[in-house]
Ligand binder design. Structure first.
Ligand SMILES: [Zn+2]
Ligand SMILES: [Zn+2]
Length: 137
């Protein structure tokens, strides 16, 4: 399906083609730190269909869990995570786009969970918590 989206401030926009069956959660500790949250939700977009406006800031980190260097791209103005990809010049084979920035995110439910050994224990118990339709009452 076609996907498109933008960071929180709108400086970065992206579009591409992605397979909704490939939406995945990553519970690894690098994703917890990089998102400031409990896990990350991403979908791979092939480089051939990936288009972007605006220039993200890139941060390269060899992750403790996988041992592979990854480029983490985020908006230099608002800090929204945009994607991760392989290091190198030019178009990369694939971009792991962050589902929270996509306009179609309601249709992009995760299909699998990776690095579950690092998952916060409470992520499987969210349904038991009190729910407010808006923020704190
Ligand atoms: Zn931004
Ligand atoms: Zn991760």
């Amino acid at each position: 399906m076609k996907i498109d989206g933008a960071c929180h401030c709108g400086f970065i926009t992206i579009e591409g083609e992605a397979d909704p069956d490939k939406v995945q959660i990553c519970h690894c500790t690098d994703c917890q730190t990089g998102t400031g949250s409990a896990f990350r939700v991403s979908i791979p977009v092939p480089g051939a269909s990936f288009k972007m406006t605006g220039q993200p800031t890139n941060y390269v980190k060899t992750t403790a869990d996988s041992g592979r260097p990854r480029v983490q791209a985020f908006c230099p103005q608002c800090g929204s995570p945009i994607y991760s990809t392989s290091p190198g010049d030019g178009v990369q084979p694939s971009y792991m786009v962050r589902v929270g920035i996509l306009r179609q995110r309601a249709e992009l439910a995760p299909r699998r969970q990776n690095w579950f050994r690092s998952a916060r224990a409470w992520v499987t118990q969210l349904d038991a918590l009190p729910k407010n339709e808006k923020g704190m009452p």
